[in-house]
Design a protein around this ligand. Structure first.
Ligand code: ADP
Ligand code: MG
Length: 477
């Protein structure tokens, strides 16, 4: 049993030694492995270190320049406020000097501008004085279907091809010639007519009062010239368009307000065609401020800013006029239609204010109704028309011949337009005639009226007595 155990022990001891040897081998292998790995890693670290070292070597000069830059920046930052102050000081003084120069140049310009304005007004007045501030134009409408056919519709009017101020009328077998300031033949367009009146229209922007009258027998083209048609508008529409354009062109320096009134004078009663109560009769009154200016209390004034606005105003005027009477055509031939445009301006740089009024008047028909046995209301209308057209002639005559007394108060029309007919205001009489043979005696009357109005201008003041007083409508005939 003991030998058995000893053998067993011997075997176990051998086995243990074997295992110990194996473990020893294992340990040595692991150590060797770890050593060789460590060696490899060590090499890599060495290599890295060398790279870092070369990097450091190249970074050093960069760092040096950075430090330099930083130092110089620090210096600049320290010096900057001083430098800035210095620059600001010199810039400020330069700017101040420039402003002073501009200011004095501006003052000089403003002075010159004011002088120029005065000069312009003076020249204008002189021109008006030389040309006479009342101009008389004639316009002959074309023959229309209403003139009929044959001899009746033949043209009794002829023109001078070399002189656009002359026209000839054949009447009862005789040829009579008339000289006006300008004559528009039938082929003249609305543009042609407007071209000749536009200077007058724009002068109301400069503060002048202007009257443009269309005179003539019914059917001679007064309304065509003043109102025109939708496709071919007349002076009224074109004048407002022009005023808008002119005012827009001056908007840099001036503030303008344009307003319009539309009125009618029928049987010496003045009515507001833009008012709520167009049937109400309006009175013309002296301004209570003692300026001698006239005004019409209650007359509606519409501020207009665009072509759409004027169309609306004209439309309203038409509607009110049409509802006022049974026959618009008849009514319009027996009443005076007025479009009154007021242009108020303010020059922002000089504070100068201007106010000009443009009165566009489509007069009642000048035909002599009273003579053809008219009765009742027709006769009354005719008498009123006759009276107011004669009064207009009287006023123009008195103004032209520079008489001390001008009978403005003899009719509503002349009283209303008093401040637009007197002083340095300007008047254009557009005498409308029909060329038709059958109208030749009315045409003769209208042209005589035109020539009379004009002849006062041509006559020097001393001829006053010789001319006598203004002839009545009947005497004209
Ligand atoms: P009044 O207002 O003097 O009574 P109108 O202006 O109504 O006359 O003119 C009468 C007619 O003649 C209208 O049909 C109008 O269209 C036409 N007429 C007038 N003048 C001209 C013209 N220059 N060109 C074309 N037609 C015209
Ligand atoms: Mg008419």
């Amino acid at each position: 049993q003991i030998a058995l155990y000893e053998a067993e022990l011997e075997r176990a001891h051998g086995q243990m030694l074997e295992e110990m040897q194996a473990m020893e081998d294992e340990k040595n292998r692991a150590i060797e492995e770890a050593f060789s790995r460590a060696q490899v890693e060590m090499r890599a670290v060495h290599e890295n270190l060398a790279g870092v070292r070369t990097n450091l070597l190249t970074l050093q000069p960069a760092l040096r320049t950075l430090t330099n830059d930083y130092n110089s920046l620090k210096r600049q930052v320290r010096d900057f406020p001083l430098l800035l102050q210095e620059t600001l000081r010199s810039a400020r003084s330069e700017i101040g000097q420039a402003i002073e120069e501009v200011n004095s140049a501006n003052r000089e310009l403003l002075r010159k501008y004011r002088r120029e304005l005065q000069l312009r007004k003076k020249c204008h007045n002189e021109l008006v004085r030389l040309k006479g501030n009342i101009r008389v134009f004639g316009r002959v409408r074309p023959i229309t279907k209403e003139d009929g056919v044959g001899a009746e519709a033949a043209s009794a009017v002829t023109f001078d091809p070399d002189d656009d101020a002359v026209l000839h009328l054949s009447h009862k077998g005789k040829q009579v010639s008339f000289e006006l300031d300008k004559v528009f033949p039938p082929k003249a367009t609305q543009e042609d007519v407007f071209r000749e009146v536009q200077a007058l229209v724009t002068s109301c922007i400069d503060g002048y009062n202007v009257c443009i009258f269309a005179y003539g027998q019914t059917g001679a083209g007064k309304t065509y010239t003043m109102e025109g048609t939708a496709a071919n508008p007349g002076i009224n529409q074109r004048a407002l368009r022009l005023l808008f354009a002119e005012v827009r062109g001056k908007a840099a320096d001036w503030d303008y307000a344009i307003s319009v009134s539309v009125a009618e004078i029928y049987n010496e009663a003045l009515r507001d065609l833009l008012g709520k109560e167009p049937q109400e009769k309006l009175e013309i009154k002296l301004c209570p401020d003692g300026s001698g200016q006239l005004y019409v209390p209650g007359l509606t004034e519409f501020r207009v800013q665009s072509v759409e606005d004027i169309n609306k105003v004209f439309e309203l005027g038409h509607v009110n006029r049409a509802t006022e009477c049974t026959n618009l055509n008849e009514r319009s031939s027996r009443s005076h239609a007025l479009l009154i445009v007021t242009v108020r301006g303010l020059d922002r740089s000089t504070g100068l204010r201007t106010a000009g009024k443009l009165n566009l008047v489509d007069l009642a028909g000048s035909e002599r109704v009273g003579r053809s046995g008219a009765e009742g209301s027709r006769l009354r209308e005719a008498q009123y028309i006759n009276k107011s057209l004669s009064a207009l002639g009287d006023v123009i005559y008195a103004l032209r011949s520079r008489q001390g007394h001008v009978p403005f108060r003899n009719s509503k029309l002349t009283y209303l337009l008093q401040d637009s007919l007197s002083g340095d205001s300007k008047t254009l009489m557009m005498v409308q005639v029909s060329p038709a043979e059958k109208n030749s005696s009315e045409t003769l009357c209208s042209l005589k009226f035109a020539e009379r109005v004009r002849s006062v201008e041509l006559g020097p003041v001393s001829r006053k007595a010789e001319l006598g007083s203004w002839p009545s409508q009947e005497q004209l005939e």
